[in-house]
Design a protein around this ligand. Structure first.
Ligand SMILES: NC(=O)c1ccc[n+]([C@@H]2O[C@H](COP(=O)([O-])OP(=O)(O)OC[C@H]3O[C@@H](n4cnc5c(N)ncnc54)[C@H](OP(=O)(O)O)[C@@H]3O)[C@@H](O)[C@H]2O)c1
Length: 335
């Protein structure tokens, strides 16, 4: 593989910092690493592979000479910089929701639809974190029979809201332990010792934008415009790794043993039938790794063709940073 010039846009955030970690871990041949942030972070130094690298302020001119730009900023910033990245000739792999449903932009989970990445016209989108984790869990079953619909409930970690989400749970836990009133800044209400059954903004149909992503993005990734998903997204006081309960319906009946075999053999997935005496993963089990763990695989008692399962995955890694770096590696290896 040729040596690569890689910029990380938003290198100081929860996802950006993890991208740097994953880039170092995957040991890709990197000629130049360019960590970019806002003016607030410019000049700060970070360690990359044991060497100090200075964070630069992102500007339109800074992408010149880059082969890839990994995006870890909000959608408005992503849209702001995308034209300059495109003009530089770099391939932009974006984590925000800005381009996910753009028909010109492939939306890619390498294990599920990696071939789509090669259709890119300069921008590739990383799907929503829960969409990646849930699709990784069910993609093995999808190979046995088309999935017609999924009913989903997510249990999403506070780090899904970035550094601010992590800081909010930490400070509220400290305040409660000290007998003080927790301060609410990032989430709509107290998250410590609570759950919040609404994530993101309203979509306009009684669901939230976060809840509609799994259907809208799932349809694009699976190339199935008729896939139906009914999702409820819940924020829970977990630091990291999202958990998801899925009940799906297949077009043809898939028996539970075949479903388990298909899940176990799908790359990037670990089937949990007995892990330390339990048949299920928890978010702590999957934190700091790329594997999506799947357990509690059961026959749906209300539907002959239904299967119910539970999965957990580190949403900052496979749900964001690792998935983006895996797309980059896929393209770089082909070149
Ligand atoms: N957190 C997750 O679990 C997760 C999962 C999947 C996808 N995503 C998506 O990934 C993206 C990043 O999320 P995050 O959780 O990492 O957010 P975050 O922790 O809030 O980080 C935001 C990053 O954006 C940078 N930024 C803000 N304004 C900028 C500007 N004007 N120019 C350049 N950089 C700027 C910040 O730099 P400064 O520090 O300099 O301000 C920081 O590095 C979002 O689109 C999010 O939806 C997040």
């Amino acid at each position: 593989m040729k040596k690569l010039n890689i910029a990380v846009l938003g290198a100081t955030g929860a996802v950006g910092q993890e991208m740097l970690k994953v880039l170092a871990e995957y040991d890709l041949p990197i000629e130049k690493l360019l960590p970019l942030g806002s003016a607030r972070s410019a000049g700060r130094k970070i360690l990359f592979k044991g060497k100090e690298v200075e964070i630069q302020e992102a500007t339109d001119g800074c992408f010149k000479g880059m082969d890839f730009v990994l995006g870890a900023v909000e959608g408005d910033m992503s849209k702001r910089f995308a034209p300059a990245i495109k003009a530089s000739g770099a391939v932009y792999i974006d984590n925000s929701s800005a381009f996910r449903l753009d028909p010109e932009v492939p939306l890619v989970v390498p294990e599920v639809n990696g071939a789509d990445a090669f259709e890119n016209k300069g921008i590739i989108a990383n799907p929503n974190c829960c969409t990646i984790i849930a699709l990784m869990a069910v993609a093995g079953i999808e190979k046995l029979s088309r999935i017609e619909k999924m009913v989903v409930c997510t249990y999403q970690a506070v780090s899904g809201a970035g550094q601010a989400g992590i800081a909010e749970l930490e400070s509220q836990m400290k305040a409660l332990a000290a007998g003080e009133k927790p301060e609410i800044k990032t989430f709509a209400t107290q998250i410590a010792l609570n759950v919040i059954p609404f994530i993101d903004a309203p979509y306009g149909n009684d669901y939230s934008k976060e809840e509609m992503k799994m259907q809208n993005e799932g349809r694009k990734i699976l190339h199935d415009p008729d896939l139906k998903v009914n999702c409820t997204c819940v924020r829970v006081p977990v630091m990291r790794s999202h958990s998801i309960a899925v009940t799906l319906r297949t077009a043809e009946k898939v028996d539970i043993e075949s479903a388990k075999k298909a899940i176990a053999s799908f790359p990037g997935v670990r089937l949990i039938e007995d892990y330390e005496g339990r048949c299920y993963p928890t978010p702590i089990d999957t934190t700091d790794q790329d594997l999506v763990w799947v357990g509690r695989i059961r026959q749906d008692l209300t539907d002959e063709n239904g299967i119910t399962l539970w999965c957990c995955g580190d949403q900052i890694r496979k749900g964001a940073a690792s998935n983006a770096v895996q797309i980059l590696r896929l393209l770089a290896e082909k070149d």
